[in-house]
Write a protein that binds this ligand. Structure first.
Ligand SMILES: C[S@@+](CC[C@H](N)C(=O)[O-])C[C@H]1O[C@@H](n2cnc3c(N)ncnc32)[C@H](O)[C@@H]1O
Length: 415
């Protein structure tokens, strides 16, 4: 049996490019309990992305009368696992491309996390060559996606009719648009239970996690969280679920929303022009010059003010022609931060600068009091509401969250 977790036993580059991290024993134990198996006898159990088989080992120690299978792609990790656990059916293969007729009562584990892409930008570069193939075969793939989403889809497809999936994954699938097809798929396939754990589960990693349980063939959704003493508490249970975003809705959040209007009805909400697009523009420069201003990034945005002097983009653009990048750059509008640790940070761009980052709120009708809207967006009462509703699901504030953000009627003009 390996005496250390994967991340200590192998070269960092070897395990990291496949997203390998060992699951802490307490989490393995919790997940076995949350599986709520009727019996632990005669089951076929699969741990995809098996690593050192943390789950299979624990289940075998407690309930030996089952069939144990694992799949591991990284050859070094596979060698160690296969020579350590001879009674398991261990397969050296890519789980996402694994062509199997075997079906399972329980698929359990901790899939790799990360966006697949080139080494300079993305964590999962060991699989870059296969990305197109994955995109073609996974119904839930959307946008940049994340390898854990594909693992979930594949695992659900390998379940027997009343089988169970139990995975620990990043909590982002609850909220981000890239996972809308995955949420829809989960809603169609069974009853979803989510146990939100937040950050701090994996040592030295910031990722906010949740344990996802899918009871195949069921319907509806349940959301749970851990309270300060570590006890699991139910937030809500619904008998119908349509695949929408999953938030910590409560009587408090509903009371706050009462009588308010979603921000997306009052403002168009747009992303800034991206860096590659700006760099390619014939008017962009890499040095200051007459009529040129720096292209702004999120580091210039503060609650209620914009620092036009200390900028980090290293790109310059003619102020008078900023609207050629995005029409709305040419008008006074509200800028809201995208990566401010989940906080809402807003200010008015009075000087109509070009931007390379952040979200931009353009009024659908004239005559709004933008100062008052910014004051409200930065207020402590709104921050408390957002924190209550979204916890630390993601460090980003998304356009979807902004569109739904409740705006008091007196700030919404003659809506
Ligand atoms: C987060 S680790 C989990 C390891 C172990 N199951 C645990 O919970 O401690 C994910 C594992 O999946 C493996 N892996 C990554 N991509 C894979 C793929 N496409 N097919 C099979 N295994 C893969 C990695 O090498 C790594 O060992």
């Amino acid at each position: 049996m390996p005496d250390r977790p994967i991340e200590q036993l192998l070269e960092r580059d070897s395990w990291k490019s496949f997203g390998a991290v060992s699951t802490p024993p307490a989490i393995v134990q919790l997940m076995l309990e949350l599986a709520e198996m009727e019996s632990w006898q005669g089951l076929s159990i699969l741990e995809p992305g098996a690593g050192f088989c943390e789950f299979l080992q624990r289940i075998q120690a407690l309930h030996p009368n089952n069939h144990f299978a694992g799949i591991e792609l990284n050859p070094e990790i596979f060698q160690i696992a296969a020579s350590s656990y001879k009674s398991f059916q261990l397969i050296p293969a890519d789980f996402l491309l694994w062509d199997s007729r075997q079906k399972f009562d329980l698929v359990i584990g901790n899939p790799p996390y990360g966006i697949i892409g080139d080494k300079s930008h993305y964590p999962i570069h060991g699989l870059e060559q296969r990305k197109k193939t994955y995109q073609n075969i996974f119904q839930t793939w959307r946008g940049k996606y994340n390898i854990y989403g594909a693992f979930i889809e594949k695992a659900v497809r390998l379940l027997k009719p009343r089988g169970k999936l139990v995975f620990i994954v990043p909590a982002t699938f609850m909220l981000l648009d890239d996972f809308s097809r995955l949420r829809q798929f989960l809603a169609e396939q069974g009853r979803t239970r989510i146990y939100y754990l937040g950050p701090g589960v994996f040592e030295k990693k910031q990722v906010s996690t949740a344990i996802l349980v899918l009871d195949k063939g069921g319907k509806g959704i349940e959301l749970f969280q851990r309270d300060a003493s570590g006890r699991i508490r139910k937030c809500f249970a619904r008998e119908k679920y349509d695949g929408g975003i999953i938030r910590f809705e409560s009587s408090d959040t509903l009371a706050f929303e009462k009588g308010k209007i979603p921000l997306g009805q009052i403002f168009f909400i747009r992303f800034a022009a991206r860096s590659p697009e700006i760099k390619k523009h014939p008017l962009a420069a890499t040095r200051p010059g007459p009529g040129l201003v720096p292209v702004l990034t999120g580091s210039s945005l503060h609650p209620g003010w914009i620092d036009y002097d200390n900028t980090r983009s290293g790109i310059f653009f003619p102020l008078a022609r900023a609207s050629e990048l995005r029409k709305f750059y040419g008008q006074r509008h509200i800028v809201v931060g995208h990566t401010k640790g989940g906080k809402v940070v807003a200010a008015i761009d009075e000087r109509c600068y070009p931007w390379r980052e952040e979200m931009h709120l353009v009024p659908k009708k004239p005559g709004l009091n933008l100062e008052a809207v910014v004051g409200y967006l930065n207020s402590s009462e709104l921050q408390a509401y957002m924190k209550n509703l979204y916890r630390e699901i993601t460090p980003h504030l998304t356009i979807t969250q902004l569109k739904l953000l409740p705006l008091p009627q007196n700030l919404a003009g003659d809506f």
